[in-house]
Design a protein around this ligand. Structure first.
Ligand SMILES: Nc1nc2c(c(=O)[nH]1)N[C@H]1C(S)=C(S)[C@@H](COP(=O)(O)O)O[C@H]1N2
Ligand SMILES: [Mo]
Length: 198
Protein backbone atom coordinates (compact mmCIF):
# COMPACT_ATOMS: atom_id res chain seq x y z
CA UNK A 1 0.00 0.00 0.00
CA UNK A 2 1.12 3.56 -0.65
CA UNK A 3 3.12 5.09 2.12
CA UNK A 4 0.90 8.14 2.11
CA UNK A 5 -2.50 8.82 0.79
CA UNK A 6 -3.05 12.52 0.97
CA UNK A 7 -6.10 12.72 -1.23
CA UNK A 8 -5.64 16.37 -2.06
CA UNK A 9 -8.19 16.30 -4.86
CA UNK A 10 -10.92 14.86 -2.73
CA UNK A 11 -13.71 16.43 -4.76
CA UNK A 12 -14.63 13.05 -6.20
CA UNK A 13 -14.87 11.56 -2.76
CA UNK A 14 -16.58 14.55 -1.24
CA UNK A 15 -19.45 15.39 -3.52
CA UNK A 16 -21.91 12.80 -2.40
CA UNK A 17 -24.46 14.51 -0.21
CA UNK A 18 -27.81 13.22 -1.34
CA UNK A 19 -30.61 15.78 -1.58
CA UNK A 20 -33.06 13.00 -0.77
CA UNK A 21 -31.84 13.17 2.79
CA UNK A 22 -32.84 16.82 3.24
CA UNK A 23 -34.10 16.44 6.74
CA UNK A 24 -34.80 18.19 9.98
CA UNK A 25 -31.81 20.03 11.32
CA UNK A 26 -31.56 19.20 14.94
CA UNK A 27 -30.76 22.18 17.07
CA UNK A 28 -30.43 24.61 14.21
CA UNK A 29 -30.05 28.07 15.63
CA UNK A 30 -29.39 26.67 19.07
CA UNK A 31 -25.94 27.04 20.50
CA UNK A 32 -24.28 23.64 20.94
CA UNK A 33 -22.77 23.11 24.35
CA UNK A 34 -19.57 21.62 23.06
CA UNK A 35 -17.56 22.09 19.86
CA UNK A 36 -18.00 19.68 17.02
CA UNK A 37 -14.93 17.47 16.67
CA UNK A 38 -16.08 15.23 13.81
CA UNK A 39 -18.19 16.15 10.78
CA UNK A 40 -19.80 13.26 8.93
CA UNK A 41 -21.31 13.78 5.49
CA UNK A 42 -22.52 11.90 2.44
CA UNK A 43 -24.96 9.02 2.40
CA UNK A 44 -26.21 9.35 5.98
CA UNK A 45 -29.82 9.58 7.10
CA UNK A 46 -29.38 12.04 9.95
CA UNK A 47 -28.01 15.56 9.88
CA UNK A 48 -27.76 18.46 12.30
CA UNK A 49 -26.20 21.14 10.14
CA UNK A 50 -26.46 22.55 6.66
CA UNK A 51 -24.09 22.93 3.75
CA UNK A 52 -20.39 23.52 4.04
CA UNK A 53 -19.78 27.23 4.42
CA UNK A 54 -16.52 28.21 2.72
CA UNK A 55 -16.35 31.36 4.86
CA UNK A 56 -16.44 29.61 8.23
CA UNK A 57 -15.61 25.96 7.54
CA UNK A 58 -12.06 26.89 6.72
CA UNK A 59 -10.27 23.60 7.27
CA UNK A 60 -13.00 21.56 5.58
CA UNK A 61 -12.90 23.91 2.60
CA UNK A 62 -9.10 23.75 2.46
CA UNK A 63 -9.36 19.97 2.30
CA UNK A 64 -11.93 20.29 -0.51
CA UNK A 65 -14.69 18.63 1.46
CA UNK A 66 -18.17 19.28 0.05
CA UNK A 67 -21.60 18.63 1.50
CA UNK A 68 -25.09 20.08 1.49
CA UNK A 69 -25.75 18.76 4.97
CA UNK A 70 -23.80 16.88 7.57
CA UNK A 71 -23.81 15.58 11.11
CA UNK A 72 -21.51 17.36 13.56
CA UNK A 73 -20.46 15.08 16.39
CA UNK A 74 -19.20 16.51 19.68
CA UNK A 75 -17.20 14.81 22.42
CA UNK A 76 -20.16 14.35 24.79
CA UNK A 77 -21.93 12.35 22.09
CA UNK A 78 -18.82 10.21 21.54
CA UNK A 79 -18.51 9.79 25.31
CA UNK A 80 -22.12 8.61 25.57
CA UNK A 81 -21.41 5.53 23.43
CA UNK A 82 -20.23 2.17 24.82
CA UNK A 83 -16.46 2.21 25.34
CA UNK A 84 -14.19 -0.41 23.81
CA UNK A 85 -10.60 -0.80 25.03
CA UNK A 86 -7.75 -2.25 22.98
CA UNK A 87 -4.06 -2.58 23.69
CA UNK A 88 -2.16 -2.45 20.40
CA UNK A 89 1.56 -1.96 19.99
CA UNK A 90 1.55 1.38 18.25
CA UNK A 91 3.90 2.51 15.52
CA UNK A 92 5.16 5.67 17.15
CA UNK A 93 7.08 4.20 20.08
CA UNK A 94 6.73 0.47 19.31
CA UNK A 95 5.11 -0.11 22.72
CA UNK A 96 1.70 -1.37 23.77
CA UNK A 97 -0.76 1.33 24.86
CA UNK A 98 -4.29 1.22 26.18
CA UNK A 99 -6.62 2.96 23.74
CA UNK A 100 -10.31 3.47 24.39
CA UNK A 101 -13.36 4.92 22.71
CA UNK A 102 -16.50 3.82 20.89
CA UNK A 103 -16.61 1.54 17.89
CA UNK A 104 -16.46 3.48 14.64
CA UNK A 105 -19.41 1.35 13.51
CA UNK A 106 -21.49 2.71 16.43
CA UNK A 107 -20.66 6.26 15.39
CA UNK A 108 -21.66 5.46 11.81
CA UNK A 109 -24.89 3.82 12.99
CA UNK A 110 -25.73 6.92 15.03
CA UNK A 111 -25.74 9.12 11.92
CA UNK A 112 -27.73 6.60 9.89
CA UNK A 113 -25.01 5.34 7.58
CA UNK A 114 -25.97 2.52 5.19
CA UNK A 115 -25.50 -1.02 6.47
CA UNK A 116 -24.01 -2.58 3.33
CA UNK A 117 -20.46 -3.81 3.84
CA UNK A 118 -19.41 -2.30 0.54
CA UNK A 119 -20.30 1.22 1.75
CA UNK A 120 -17.26 3.45 1.20
CA UNK A 121 -15.83 5.50 4.01
CA UNK A 122 -13.24 8.24 3.62
CA UNK A 123 -11.58 9.23 6.88
CA UNK A 124 -9.83 12.59 6.91
CA UNK A 125 -7.37 14.01 9.44
CA UNK A 126 -6.45 17.56 10.40
CA UNK A 127 -3.09 17.35 8.60
CA UNK A 128 -4.85 16.47 5.33
CA UNK A 129 -4.18 12.75 5.52
CA UNK A 130 -7.16 10.92 4.06
CA UNK A 131 -7.74 7.27 3.55
CA UNK A 132 -10.58 5.32 1.97
CA UNK A 133 -11.96 2.09 3.32
CA UNK A 134 -15.24 0.15 3.49
CA UNK A 135 -17.77 -0.61 6.19
CA UNK A 136 -16.66 -4.27 5.97
CA UNK A 137 -13.15 -3.25 7.06
CA UNK A 138 -14.53 -1.01 9.81
CA UNK A 139 -16.24 -4.13 11.19
CA UNK A 140 -13.46 -6.65 10.44
CA UNK A 141 -10.75 -4.48 12.02
CA UNK A 142 -13.09 -3.57 14.87
CA UNK A 143 -11.99 0.05 14.45
CA UNK A 144 -12.48 2.32 17.41
CA UNK A 145 -12.59 6.10 17.62
CA UNK A 146 -10.10 6.43 20.43
CA UNK A 147 -10.46 9.42 22.71
CA UNK A 148 -8.05 8.23 25.43
CA UNK A 149 -4.59 6.70 25.56
CA UNK A 150 -3.39 5.17 28.81
CA UNK A 151 -6.30 6.85 30.57
CA UNK A 152 -5.59 10.38 29.29
CA UNK A 153 -7.59 12.27 26.68
CA UNK A 154 -5.75 12.49 23.35
CA UNK A 155 -4.75 16.12 22.67
CA UNK A 156 -5.25 18.14 19.50
CA UNK A 157 -1.70 18.74 18.28
CA UNK A 158 -0.83 15.21 19.30
CA UNK A 159 -2.84 12.18 18.20
CA UNK A 160 -6.27 13.53 19.12
CA UNK A 161 -8.78 14.49 20.02
CA UNK A 162 -9.96 11.49 17.96
CA UNK A 163 -7.78 8.69 16.60
CA UNK A 164 -9.24 5.87 14.53
CA UNK A 165 -7.27 2.84 15.56
CA UNK A 166 -7.49 -0.96 15.84
CA UNK A 167 -5.42 -3.84 17.15
CA UNK A 168 -3.39 -5.33 14.28
CA UNK A 169 -2.41 -8.35 16.39
CA UNK A 170 -6.00 -9.55 16.24
CA UNK A 171 -6.36 -8.93 12.48
CA UNK A 172 -5.00 -11.84 10.41
CA UNK A 173 -4.07 -9.77 7.33
CA UNK A 174 -2.07 -7.32 9.49
CA UNK A 175 -0.58 -9.52 12.18
CA UNK A 176 2.25 -10.66 9.89
CA UNK A 177 3.15 -7.18 8.69
CA UNK A 178 5.96 -5.01 10.04
CA UNK A 179 4.85 -2.39 12.54
CA UNK A 180 5.27 0.47 10.07
CA UNK A 181 2.78 -1.11 7.66
CA UNK A 182 0.03 -1.83 10.17
CA UNK A 183 -1.60 1.54 10.70
CA UNK A 184 -2.38 2.87 7.24
CA UNK A 185 -6.12 2.93 8.06
CA UNK A 186 -5.48 4.71 11.34
CA UNK A 187 -5.73 8.51 11.03
CA UNK A 188 -4.82 10.50 14.14
CA UNK A 189 -6.38 13.95 14.36
CA UNK A 190 -9.46 12.40 12.72
CA UNK A 191 -12.05 15.11 12.09
CA UNK A 192 -14.13 14.35 8.98
CA UNK A 193 -15.74 11.33 7.41
CA UNK A 194 -17.42 10.99 4.05
CA UNK A 195 -19.83 8.11 3.47
CA UNK A 196 -20.63 6.89 -0.04
CA UNK A 197 -23.09 4.19 -0.95
CA UNK A 198 -21.31 1.65 -3.15
N1 LIG B 1 -3.24 12.11 10.58
C1 LIG B 1 -2.42 11.20 10.02
N2 LIG B 1 -2.62 9.91 10.29
C2 LIG B 1 -1.81 8.97 9.74
C3 LIG B 1 -0.80 9.31 8.84
C4 LIG B 1 -0.60 10.69 8.59
O1 LIG B 1 0.28 11.09 7.83
N3 LIG B 1 -1.43 11.60 9.19
N4 LIG B 1 -0.05 8.33 8.21
C5 LIG B 1 -0.63 6.97 8.19
C6 LIG B 1 0.30 5.96 7.76
S1 LIG B 1 0.53 5.72 6.09
C7 LIG B 1 0.93 5.18 8.64
S2 LIG B 1 1.93 3.91 8.15
C8 LIG B 1 0.81 5.48 10.06
C9 LIG B 1 2.11 6.04 10.53
O2 LIG B 1 2.45 7.09 9.68
P1 LIG B 1 3.60 8.13 10.07
O3 LIG B 1 4.74 7.29 10.58
O4 LIG B 1 3.91 8.83 8.80
O5 LIG B 1 3.02 9.02 11.09
O6 LIG B 1 -0.17 6.45 10.41
C10 LIG B 1 -1.21 6.61 9.53
N5 LIG B 1 -2.06 7.67 10.03
MO1 LIG C 1 2.30 4.20 6.02
Amino acid sequence: MDKRQFLASAAVLGATAAPAFASKRVGQGACAASPVVLTIAGAIKRSNRGALDPAFDQLLAKHQVKFSQAYGVDLPLIASMPVVTIKPTIEYDARPHTLSGPLLSDVLAHVGAPGAGSTQIVMRAVDGYAVMTTLDKVHDYRMIVATHMDGKPLPLGGLGPLWVVYDPDSIPELAGKPLKDRFVLSPWGFYQMQVTEA
